[in-house]
Design a protein. Sequence first.
Lengths: 107, 116
Amino acid sequence: KNEVEQSPQNLTAQEGEFITINCSYSVGISALHWLQQHPGGGIVSLFMLSSGKKKHGRLIATINIQEKHSSLHITASHPRDSAVYICAVLEGQNFVFGPGTRLSVLP
Amino acid sequence: GAGVSQSPSNKVTEKGKDVELRCDPISGHTALYWYRQSLGQGLEFLIYFQGNSAPDKSGLPSDRFSAERTGGSVSTLTIQRTQQEDSAVYLCASSPSGTGGSYGYTFGSGTRLTVV
């Protein structure tokens, strides 16, 4: 069993749809990050969470420490949201990465 | 600088040659990480520097890989006697503190290494 799992692996949505990407982990962590990797390969850190919920624009991230689960939501999705979304948990000093979720938002 | 800078952005090398990849972190960031992403694979941790402490090298895949960080700033990842399986995008990230704390991480744009 991988330490960090994500679902779905691939997701295609129509512009405007509400999107949810899930992350579950099996290790003790100090924080969880959601990363966005653009088609060109660049990576942007979207959120760092250790509890509760954070919101930035159309993006919302939640984490349930007891259930070892986090979700990333995108409201009113847009084609420019198309990217790979990676869940990364901080175990000690190092990241353990999920396999990523490839999102395609169609116009 | 404004972000994490990596160079070169692309590198093609012949099998068996040595390569050096450079990472220039955000000024003042004490923590620096190297990762790699092979084609179709997830991100893989390589090495972590925190201030003047001994680096965490637990992710380096073989003794052909080494890294140093001079003066607590610029880091160089060296791959000796490159093999085709070393082909990947090598990413550098830095953060103001070792835990990433409340500040998060900033990634560079990566170096795409192709070993032919």
